[in-house]
Write a protein that binds this ligand. Structure first.
Ligand code: 9MR
Length: 350
């Protein structure tokens, strides 16, 4: 293929994607109420430090949300440098912005199978020394935001997708399957006695075996006296998810009596097939946000930790980076509220 034909093909693919995007977004007219004024619990969103240079983002975020989670700059992938040192500049910017705007900061995520930094991998040492480096990392990060982070995802995504058990990772191989989770919770507790300590996972509403395995892990940790203080339910969903699944999942998880965090909600319009019935997909998107908000609002107040949507504008979403035609959030690329916003707001008003 010549460069010109490649460009033509690429151009038309982009045009198609952009066209799908427009049909997927559809802003609603007129001013909208601040989301956070409608909810009796914290409404959260996530961010990257670079969004703080964008006044449209900062205004929208401060108007509508009362809690912030760093999308990746409080993870090992940014904080843990190859030479074993730590860098906190971006996490500090995020924490400062939250503080200045009276927003709560949520810490995400200390231990994650997807982050196995070289600084740890290359530790050719005994289990004891590896354990000390692990503790040292958790202590440094949690300690730095002590009194500022209201809670932490201490171990993120510990359950295998098919629900057959716990994931293997650098951390579990070196420190033990359940022991590395227990140890992370104990270490985080010592570093900040007031932060609520979470485990967090996804596909709990779509995979019953995974939800069951998650609950078994929670039972085990609690029985062992681990300082687990809250349960995260990411809620990355797609418009095809059957009605009732999110509500059932939150009810199941509530039986432990611990605070719940709907920690990363989005509703993809394209994951189940990019050009399926758009009107229906958009309608289901609103209904799923409303279902989640209503189920969350029905929990006892002490169990409502926060309701977090994984991004503000569609274009900021990790899903839009995967497929430009996706529009999974509450605001379109220009920051205008969408029908999904209205559906969520209506559920909160009820
Ligand atoms: O949205 C996040 C994206 O910007 C990051 O590049 C990625 C890797 O750090 O993580 C994404 O967030 C994930 C979250 O931390 C855990 N649950 C799944 C989220 C989407 O992949």
């Amino acid at each position: 293929m010549t460069w010109t034909t490649r460009r033509a093909v690429l151009g038309s693919a982009l045009a198609l994607a952009a066209c799908g995007k427009q049909a997927n977004s559809q802003p609603i007219p007129g001013p909208v109420p601040p989301l956070k004024s409608l909810a009796p619990f914290p409404m959260g969103t996530c961010l990257q430090a670079r969004f703080l240079d964008d006044p449209t983002w900062t205004t929208l975020a401060a108007d509508h949300f009362s809690q912030l989670t760093a999308e990746w700059e409080m993870k090992m992938e940014y904080i843990a440098k190859p030479d074993g040192g730590f860098q906190f500049d971006r996490a500090d910017r995020i924490a400062d912005f939250a503080g200045r705007n009276g927003m709560r900061l949520f810490g995400h995520a200390l231990v994650w199978y997807a982050n196995e930094p070289d600084a740890f991998k290359n530790l050719d040492e005994t289990r004891q020394a590896f354990g000390r480096a692990y503790d040292n990392y958790i202590t440094a990060v949690v300690g730095r935001y002590r009194g500022r982070a209201s809670g932490w995802d201490v171990v993120n995504e510990p359950i295998l997708d098919d629900g057959s058990g716990l994931r293997q990772s650098l951390w579990s191989r070196r420190l033990g399957e359940i022991d590395h989770i227990r140890r992370a919770l104990d270490t985080a507790r010592a570093a900040d006695p007031d932060a609520v300590l979470f485990i967090n996972d996804y596909n709990l509403e779509s995979r019953p075996a995974k939800l069951a395995a998650y609950q078994r892990l929670i039972e085990k940790l609690l029985a062992a006296g681990a300082p687990l203080g809250g349960i995260g339910c990411q809620t990355h969903t797609e418009s095809e998810l059957p009605p009732g699944s999110i509500a059932r999942t939150l009810t199941d998880l509530a039986r432990f009596g611990l605070p719940l965090h709907v920690s990363e909600m989005d509703v993809s319009l394209v994951q189940g097939g990019p050009f399926a019935n758009k009107d229906l997909a958009r309608q289901r998107q609103g209904e799923l946000y409303a279902e989640a908000a209503a189920a969350f609002a029905a929990l006892p107040a002490a169990q409502q930790f926060a309701f977090t949507v994984w991004g503000v504008r569609d274009g900021d979403s990790w899903l839009a980076r995967e497929n430009r035609a996706d529009a999974p959030l509450l605001f379109d690329d220009a920051g205008r509220a969408k029908a999904s916003f209205s559906a969520l707001a209506a559920a909160l008003r009820r």
